[in-house]
Design a protein around this ligand. Structure first.
Ligand code: HEC
Length: 145
């Protein structure tokens, strides 16, 4: 019986340690992804200024692809500590998913504006994309620690 209890305790410990390792991986993955988003926004700005619409389109598509993955990168229980994820992500999960979808749609709209090559459409879609990042941060991201 004693041995059994020890085994169960050991098993539970191992599970929670591997759970923590997974949580750390997913936090790093999403933070790296968001940093990459900043790089893509810079490429979008540069492409808009130089008239390189292909570059704008490619960068916007990459932001859209990341946006589609955002909800999966926030499994419950991966907030707190060093992360800037607010509890509201999980208490208002539908709102969070909607904010990720709005970001994806804004990026896709920019990609298609870039493909059509109308400068004023590109500029408007670029602004809307930036706003969709900010809208999610306002509600679901903690200020810098
Ligand atoms: C659906 C919500 C959502 C959207 C959309 C979103 N973000 Fe974030 N972002 C977050 C959250 C939440 C964090 C905090 C993540 C953490 O610390 O674990 C974050 C973190 C970041 C960080 C800090 C990463 C780091 O180094 O820790 C940057 C930079 C960032 N986002 C940029 C962007 C940009 C640029 C866009 C738009 C192209 C964007 N985000 C769209 C929710 C979002």
């Amino acid at each position: 019986m004693r041995k059994m209890t020890q085994m169960i305790v050991a098993g539970t410990l191992m599970l929670s340690v591997s759970g923590l390792a997974l949580a750390a991986d997913v936090v790093k993955e999403r933070q790296d992804g968001f940093k990459e988003n900043v790089t893509q926004l810079k490429a979008i700005k540069a492409g808009g200024e130089s008239g390189d619409h292909g570059a704008v389109q490619a960068a916007a598509e990459s932001v859209a692809a990341f946006a589609a993955k955002i909800p999966d990168l926030f499994p419950e229980g991966t907030g707190g500590g060093e992360t800037r994820a607010k509890d509201e992500i999980w208490s208002d999960w539908q709102g969070f998913v909607a904010a990720a979808e709005a970001n994806e749609q804004a990026a896709l709209k920019l990609a298609s504006a870039a493909e059509s090559g109308v400068a004023s459409d590109i500029a408007a879609a670029q602004k809307a994309l930036g706003e969709s990042c900010g809208a999610c941060h306002d509600k679901y991201r903690l200020p810098k620690k």
